[in-house]
Ligand binder design. Structure first.
Ligand SMILES: Cc1cc2nc3c(=O)[nH]c(=O)nc-3n(C[C@H](O)[C@H](O)[C@H](O)COP(=O)(O)OP(=O)(O)OC[C@H]3O[C@@H](n4cnc5c(N)ncnc54)[C@H](O)[C@@H]3O)c2cc1C
Length: 288
C-alpha cells in the first residue's frame, strides 16, 4: 500500500518562450510536466526528488499534427488518443498508431504524450520502436535556438540521451516516403492492455524483385535503450527471403541485443521472443 504524495509545485506557463527562458535562467530547477503519467507514478512512489514542474500540457507550440508534402510533424505534447485518431497517421504510419493503441489503456492514452514517452527514455517504451522504423527526426529547442537531429542515436545508455538541461523536445518529424514498405508491430506483455512490454518489436521493409532492398528493425525491452538492430538489418539487406536467411538473421539478432532478467520477464524469454518476432516479420514479408 502506498499513500505517499509529497507537496509539489506545478507552475502554469504562458508560452514556449517563457518555458525556455526559465529553463535557461534557472538550470536544474524546473522539470517539464506534460501528461504527467510517468511523473505522477514516480512522485507517488517517492522516487522523484523534483518538486518544481512547468506545465507544458496545453502549450500550443508543442501540440498539433501538421501534414506537409514531404513529412508529417507531430507536436511533442500530442497524446496517444490524438495519434490514434489522425487519418494520415493511421494510413501512412500504422506502426505508430498501433503503438499508441497498445499504450496503457484509454485514460493513459488521453493524457500521455509522445514527447513524454521519448524523454522518459524507458527501454520498454512502446512508441520509440515505431519512430525508429519511420526514421523520425526530433526538434530540440532552447533559448539558444533549435536543432533537428535523427531520433536514431538519441539515447546513449540507460536513461541517457542527447537532451541538454535547457532543452526540450518540441516536435517529431516523420518523412512520408514510405510507399511500398511493409510493416509489422507487436508488443508482448502480460495482458493486452495496461502492460509494460516484455518485448516490443517494430519492423519495416521494402522488397524489390523478391529481395530485401531496405529494412529497419527496432526493439524495446531487450537492451538498456530502445534499440535499432542495425547489424541484423545489414545482414538482411540485399537478401532473398529464405529459411537460411531467417536463421542467420535470428542468430545475428542475439548478438546485438542484451536483455536482462527483471520483475516482468527473463533474459532468456526476451531473447527467444525477440527472435520469434523477427521470424514472424520475415515470414510476413515472404507472403506475396
Ligand atoms: C497506467 C499507465 C500505463 C502505461 N502504459 C504504458 C505503455 O503501455 N507503454 C509505454 O510506453 N508507456 C506507458 N506508460 C508510461 C507513460 O504513460 C508514457 O511514457 C507517456 O508517454 C508519458 O508521457 P507524459 O506526457 O505523461 O509524460 P510526463 O509524465 O509528463 O513526463 C515524462 C518525462 O518526460 C519529460 N518531458 C515531457 N515532455 C517533454 C518534452 N516535450 N521535452 C522534454 N522532456 C519532456 C518530463 O520532464 C519527464 O521527465 C504508462 C503509464 C501509466 C501510468
Amino acid at each position: 500500500m502506498r499513500a505517499y504524495l509529497p507537496a509539489y509545485h506545478l507552475e502554469p506557463v504562458r508560452d514556449l518562450n517563457e518555458v525556455l527562458g526559465r529553463l535557461s535562467r534557472e538550470p536544474g530547477r524546473w522539470k517539464l510536466f506534460a501528461g504527467g503519467t510517468d511523473l505522477m507514478v514516480l512522485l507517488e512512489a517517492g522516487k522523484l526528488s523534483h518538486r518544481y514542474f512547468l506545465n507544458v500540457w496545453k502549450l500550443p507550440e508543442l501540440r498539433g499534427i501538421e501534414v506537409a508534402p514531404e513529412s508529417v510533424t507531430i507536436g511533442a505534447a500530442t497524446t496517444y488518443t490524438e495519434l490514434r485518431n489522425h487519418d494520415t497517421l493511421a494510413r501512412e504510419f500504422p506502426l505508430l498508431c498501433q503503438a499508441a493503441f497498445e499504450t496503457g489503456a484509454v485514460a493513459t492514452q488521453n493524457r500521455g504524450t509522445v514527447g513524454g514517452n521519448i524523454a522518459n527514455a524507458s527501454p520498454a517504451a512502446d512508441s520509440p520502436p515505431a519512430l525508429l522504423v519511420y526514421d523520425a527526426e526530433i526538434e530540440l529547442v532552447s533559448a539558444r535556438g533549435a536543432r533537428w537531429r535523427p531520433f536514431h542515436g538519441f539515447y546513449s545508455g540507460y536513461k541517457q540521451m542527447d537532451l541538454r538541461s535547457d532543452e526540450l523536445i518540441r516536435r517529431i518529424r516523420l518523412p512520408r516516403a514510405q510507399a511500398g514498405w511493409r510493416s509489422y508491430y507487436r508488443k508482448v506483455g502480460t495482458r493486452r492492455a495496461q502492460a509494460i512490454s516484455k518485448v516490443c518489436f517494430a519492423g519495416g521493409a521494402h522488397l524489390e524483385s523478391g529481395r530485401i532492398a531496405d529494412v529497419r528493425l527496432a526493439f524495446g525491452s531487450v537492451a538498456p535503450t530502445v534499440l535499432r538492430a542495425v547489424q541484423t538489418e545489414r545482414l538482411l539487406r540485399g537478401e532473398k527471403i529464405s529459411p537460411a536467411v531467417g536463421r542467420a538473421a535470428s542468430e545475428k539478432l542475439t548478438q546485438e541485443i542484451a536483455p536482462i532478467d527483471d520483475m516482468r520477464s527473463t533474459a532468456n524469454y526476451r531473447r527467444r521472443v525477440a527472435q520469434n518476432l523477427l521470424r514472424e516479420f520475415i515470414e510476413m514479408l515472404s507472403v506475396q
